[in-house]
Design a protein around this ligand. Structure first.
Ligand code: GRG
Length: 319
């Protein structure tokens, strides 16, 4: 596996298209319950590499809509699976990629998400009630993409996220929860979308985030942990949103990501020489996008979609 070099874009495209077709492969099996997330990771990667047309749009939309629950307004992770906000955001994001939000009953989907806001401003992930700042981000991101943010109590949602801020400047999954780069992306992203970044101590958080760079160049998710390609996205996007991305050594990070490529069969792994998967392929390419790697479309750090897709949604007048 990988000796760094250039981004093997063509190989990654072929890898993604093959995973999509090989329904009985090991990776397809382990991803069975989160197929809708996998669709978002794979299809966004294709779009970043300017190859979204490698898949049949109508087929994708039809499959996405077969995961929809018209009674609740939410999406399941696969056909016949229960609805959850994790998959509902992926469905909305994929429809955005294809400019097909018209396939949705937008108010029904929005009301599903609105119904998950709790009295303290937090969000549950589904009817079972687990609360996590991931779900706050998901709700805010999806409702914003649907132009329905006004349907929730935004002030309470922001206050709850702020209550999850720690003394080190980071954020956790709940009040008092340990700072973790994934949760920081969620909280900073939600604050960015709601125009509430003044709640972030940019220098303090920027310092914590840039300390995630390990000596081999990759980023970890919290102190004393191993570097993992996915944190290229969670950490860099957060640093961009708080305007401190220049505190990272981008060359070293890009080399780390490129070293995690399977240059023969395509795909990117968490660390050099490990097995590739679609999740790390996406976050590796997305990380390179945030570092303006040539040939990769730029991404919006808050919405986790290509910038042209986000612009198309917000610059359009009729909604
Ligand atoms: C649209 C990009 C996008 C996201 C949607 C689901 C979600 C919102 C965000 C998830 C954020 C998150 C918590 C990411 C971290 C995922 C991860 C690799 C967790 C692993 O945690 P540990 O403790 O690993 O197993 P470490 O690296 O800490 O050892």
């Amino acid at each position: 596996m990988g000796d760094g070099g250039e981004l093997a874009a063509e190989k990654h495209v072929r890898y993604i298209v093959t995973v999509e077709k090989k329904k009985d492969s090991f990776e397809s099996l382990v991803m069975e319950h989160i197929r809708l997330n996998g669709a978002y990771w794979g299809l966004t990667t294709l779009d970043l590499l300017q190859k979204l047309h490698a898949v049949e749009a109508d087929e994708v939309i039809q499959w996405i809509m077969s995961c929809y629950h018209p009674e609740s307004g939410g999406f399941g992770g696969n056909v016949g699976h229960d609805a959850h906000v994790l998959y509902t955001l992926s469905a909305v994001q994929v429809l955005c990629l294809f400019d097909r939000l018209d396939a949705l009953d937008v108010d029904k989907v929005a009301d599903y998400i609105v119904g998950l806001q709790n009295e303290d401003g937090s969000f549950s992930g589904d009817i079972w009630g687990e609360v996590d700042t991931r779900f706050s981000y998901i709700a805010i991101c999806a409702l914003s993409l649907l132009h329905r943010l006004h349907k929730i109590n935004v002030q309470k949602a922001v206050d709850y996220i702020v209550s999850c801020k720690n003394l080190d400047g980071g954020f956790g999954a709940m009040p008092g929860g340990e700072s973790h780069a994934g949760q920081i992306f969620c909280c900073v992203g939600a604050l960015a979308i709601t125009g509430s970044l003044h709640h972030v101590d940019r220098d303090l958080l920027g310092w914590w985030l840039c300390e995630r760079q390990c000596k081999e160049g990759g980023l970890n998710g919290r102190p004393e942990k191993l570097a993992d390609v996915c944190y290229s996205w969670w950490v860099l996007s957060s640093l961009i949103m708080i305007d401190r991305v220049h505190w990272i050594d981008k060359d070293k990070l890009a080399k780390f990501i490129l070293n995690c490529q399977d240059k023969e069969n395509g795909g990117i792994s968490d660390r050099p020489d490990n097995a590739v998967d679609i999740y790390h392929t996406y976050f590796g390419v997305a990380g390179l996008s945030l570092m303006e790697y040539p040939g990769v479309k730029p991404m919006d750090p808050a919405y986790a979609l290509p910038l042209d897709v986000v612009n198309r949604i917000f610059l359009r007048k009729e909604h």
